[in-house]
Design a protein. Structure first.
Length: 158
């Protein structure tokens, strides 16, 4: 919350992510015996955060004044042009980009900066339960905002 790039929308998305651990559905974190718990995995929480939460509350919030670079704003416009709710899509992806970049700033691990015009190419052999790469998180936010399937960079159905 104290990060200078945090906006009311990105804070709302962070809260929606935490709600997503309760309402995001499968896959779930396992308990000590390998049985599913109540807590949705990180990718499921990210996916839920836009589709299940942010799109519902964005209309009740003031329109944000924070902006990304001109290039990223143009990419947002292009990406969300065919969305049923382009303004909410743009706000959600702007917030998702800020969250992914915050993760990258904290845990870069020599990974490229997440970008709206990029896509994670590393595919895991099985579904990841922990945090995927920052780019994969951004890909997940984008897929959720555009009502697409969960991306293969973290979700590997059986």
């Amino acid at each position: 919350m104290r990060e200078p790039t945090t906006t009311p929308d990105s804070l709302a998305l962070m809260i929606c992510h935490e709600v997503g651990h309760h309402k995001g559905g499968k896959p779930y974190f396992p308990d000590g015996d390998g049985k599913d718990t109540w807590a949705s995995a990180e990718g499921a929480a990210d996916y839920y955060s836009i589709r299940g939460c942010f799109t519902r509350i964005a209309s009740m919030m003031k329109t944000p004044t924070a902006r990304l670079s001109e290039r990223d704003e143009a990419l947002l416009e292009q990406t969300c042009a065919n969305s049923t709710k382009p303004t909410v899509c743009r706000r959600a992806l702007q917030s998702g980009a800020l969250m992914a970049r915050l993760q990258w700033n904290v845990f870069s691990n020599n990974q490229p900066v997440p970008a709206l015009d990029a896509e994670e190419t590393n595919l895991p052999p099985a579904t990841l339960l922990g945090y995927p790469s920052p780019q994969c998180r951004l890909d997940t936010f984008r897929a959720s905002a555009l009502l697409q399937e969960r991306p293969a960079c973290w979700y590997r159905p059986l």
